[in-house]
Write a protein that binds this ligand. Structure first.
Ligand SMILES: [Zn+2]
Length: 524
């Protein structure tokens, strides 16, 4: 089946660790997933978009103790903040899964029991160097100057009775799957990393802990809690009803599994490209179609992290610039799959150039001319006066946007839309409607030129639906269209030329994006 024949689309974000407020880097993953989900709805696919939170583990147990509250109360507070952020960014998720929910915990226990029964999980003793903040055991050979290779902190010798999962048993099958499905791990640079990691040989994975209690108990050995891998990763199936007692929820699983895209940050690629597929193989389930590892947002002071204290609060940016500008910047500026540089200056610049100048001016100038030369109503185009230029470009742009979104190349999809915007602005210069208006013999040509500009804006508004939550409605409203009708628009309709009815009154409003004074904005 080719990509364009598919009827359903299931996309997930990582589940974020519910330990503190999220920063702009987390917002980036979620906004990208949201754009892909909205795009697939626009193309008429039944879409399921899942996000959520990973809530167990010793870090939260300790943080709760320090705050003097029960761990559940602690994570409830953090999750409330995360939900507020998604609301402000207008994230259109279909479900939000929390690993502390009974519907999830039941599946984790079920899966753990099954692995144990079929011999994939066995009990043994683990001795090694343990980094408490990272919750990770390290082999002696992996330590750097006797310290944790991830965080550089001190490690301690620890001996623990644990359950282990036989990763090595599935190693060859996984390698074969990766070779036979070149799209499975993306981008290709990440695939190569994963393949060489697997080829070094997989060690069995420690999948339970007795060092903390805030987790899902191992059903047949309650001194142990299930460790993060099996607990967190199974969210992708528990949320859509895997092994559910409710037949309606099981139907959801039948419909949407396997996932089309697991979108993850590159630092958790190994869990999603190695551990998760092996767990699925052990369950006899098909593997996700694509695991896509995106890059990080990098500041001049390095990677954004809570411990460095250089995080950017997305709420502040939304207050200052509005949700559409923030989303546009994230989706347009950062090459998907590679690291991107974040700076507020770049955000201001993108907003001014792309949104205020290119897009905002195209709408404003067009409507100003329609008011002046066409009595604020949509004119009637005349067939023998039509150059077909913008209509032709639109017919090219729609499939280009579709290809780019299928390849998860969101910035390229926006570039394609902007080819249309920029061509619209050139079209105004080239045809100089103000000159045509001086010559009564050019009336038919003037009407046709204005109509073509309005139709281009109608299409641009609809094409922006996956990316910007407010701008499409504002554009359609100013064109005299019903913004509510955008909900029924499908990708295949957008290129159909001639949808604006002559005689409709336009409603020119405020500029879409007022120009930001960079000096003033960056000083506050
Ligand atoms: Zn560490």
């Amino acid at each position: 089946m080719t990509e364009t024949d598919r009827q359903t689309f299931y996309i997930t974000t990582p589940i974020y660790y519910a330990n503190s407020d999220l920063h702009i880097g987390h917002a980036y993953s979620t906004v990208a997933a949201d754009a892909l989900a909205r795009f697939n709805r626009l193309r008429g696919r039944r879409t399921f978009f899942l996000t959520g939170t990973d809530e167990h583990g010793s870090k939260n147990e300790e943080a709760a103790r320090a705050a003097g509250v029960h761990p559940q109360e602690f994570v409830d507070r953090v999750v409330a903040g995360i939900l507020r952020l998604w609301e402000r960014l207008e994230i259109s998720y279909d479900d939000f899964i929390r690993t502390t929910e009974p519907r999830h915990k039941r599946v984790v226990q079920e899966v753990f029991r099954r692995f144990h029964e079929q011999g994939d999980i066995y009990k043994s003793e683990y001795e090694g160097w343990y980094c408490t903040p990272c919750e990770t055991f390290w082999l002696e050979s992996r330590l750097v100057d006797g310290r944790c290779p991830d965080c550089g902190r001190e490690v301690s010798r620890l001996k623990e009775e644990s359950y282990f999962f036989r990763l090595s048993k599935y190693q060859d099958r996984l390698l074969r799957h990766i070779e036979e499905n070149p799209d499975f791990i993306q981008p290709p640079s990440r695939r190569n990393e994963m393949v060489s990691f697997i080829k070094q040989g997989l060690e069995d994975l420690c999948v339970s802990r007795t060092t903390f209690a805030w987790g899902v108990p191992v059903p047949f050995d309650p001194d142990h809690v299930v460790y993060v891998w099996i607990d967190a990763l199974t969210n992708y199936i528990s949320a859509i009803g895997y092994a559910s007692e409710d037949p309606e929820r099981r139907k959801l699983f039948e419909e949407f599994w396997p996932a089309d895209v697991h979108l993850v940050g590159k630092e958790i690629m190994r869990f999603h490209a190695i551990i998760w597929p092996i767990l699925l193989m052990a369950l006899g389930l098909p593997l996700p179609r694509r695991v896509f590892g995106h890059g990080w947002l990098v500041l001049d002071s390095g990677k954004m992290s809570k411990s460095k204290g250089n995080v950017i609060d997305p709420h502040v940016l939304i207050d200052k610039y509005g949700v559409d500008a923030v989303r546009y910047f994230l989706l347009r500026e950062i090459p998907f799959g590679a690291d991107g540089r974040y700076s507020e200056e770049a955000l201001v610049n993108r907003t001014n150039v792309d949104l205020a100048n290119d897009l905002g001016n195209l709408l404003y100038r067009t409507l100003t001319m329609v008011e002046k030369f066409s009595d604020a109503t949509v004119p009637s185009p005349v067939a023998d006066q039509d150059d077909g230029l913008l209509r032709g470009l639109l017919a090219e742009v729609v499939p280009e946007v579709e290809r780019a979104m299928d390849d998860l190349q969101i910035p390229q999809a926006l570039e394609a839309v902007w080819r249309l915007v920029n061509q619209g602005n050139h079209y105004i210069e080239d045809n100089a409607p103000w000159s045509l208006a001086k010559d009564p013999g050019s009336r038919a040509r003037l009407d046709t030129v204005l109509y073509n500009l309005l139709e281009t804006l109608r299409a641009v508004g609809a094409l922006l639906l996956p990316f910007l939550p407010h701008t499409p409605r504002r554009i359609w409203d100013q064109l005299g269209l019903d913004p509510g009708a955008l909900e029924a628009v499908r990708l295949d309709d957008i290129a159909r030329w001639g949808q604006l009815r002559p005689g409709t009154r336009v409603r020119k409003g405020r500029p879409l994006f007022p120009r930001i004074d960079p000096k003033e904005a960056l000083e506050t």
